[in-house]
Design a protein around this ligand. Structure first.
Ligand code: OFO
Length: 162
């Protein structure tokens, strides 16, 4: 059985993961208006992954006899300066999510909730990948100077994400 504190903290994480999904879907919509269809697809896939992260927590809370309580999801930003701003914000957002996951792990340790600690390890590893991936894309976009033919090539590459 989950403690009430852990149940509340995991529910808050569901909201953060759902906001991530919403945020990346908003980015995808914006990128479509910029004719960057590859990046638009990339963020649509990312959005679906985030919903998967939320649903994994949803399943875990249920499995441990807790109750999922869904909260309001904040409105994401609609317009962006350019693709560099999008990846810079994405990297910052992922760092924020990493901190949130680490705080959950610390809570699990404090409560001697070994099952939750074990469950959360998957997210710890996932965040290493998420940050590295976004950092990599941001570096590449900076390299090509955010425009021109090289950006079109990166767009094609981004669209290959399955
Ligand atoms: Fe769920 O990892 Fe990104 O936000």
């Amino acid at each position: 059985m989950l403690s009430k504190t852990m149940e509340k903290a995991l529910n808050e994480q569901i909201n953060k993961e759902m906001f991530s999904s919403y945020l990346y879907l908003a980015m995808s919509a914006y990128l479509s208006t910029q004719y960057l269809e590859g990046f638009a697809k990339f963020f649509k896939v990312q959005s679906q992954e985030e919903m998967g992260h939320a649903m994994k927590l949803f399943g875990y809370i249920n499995e441990r006899g807790g109750q999922v309580v869904l909260d309001k999801i904040d409105k994401p930003q609609t317009n962006y300066k350019d693709i560099e701003e999008i990846f810079a914000q994405t990297l910052e957002h992922e760092k924020f999510i990493t901190k949130s996951i680490h705080a959950l792990v610390e809570l699990a340790i404090q409560e001697k909730d070994h099952a939750s600690k074990n469950f959360l390890d998957w997210y710890v590893n996932e965040q290493v990948e998420e940050e590295a991936n976004m950092d990599n894309w941001l570096a590449k976009i900076k390299m090509v100077g955010n425009k021109g033919q090289a950006l079109i090539m990166l767009d094609v590459h981004a669209g290959q994400r399955g």
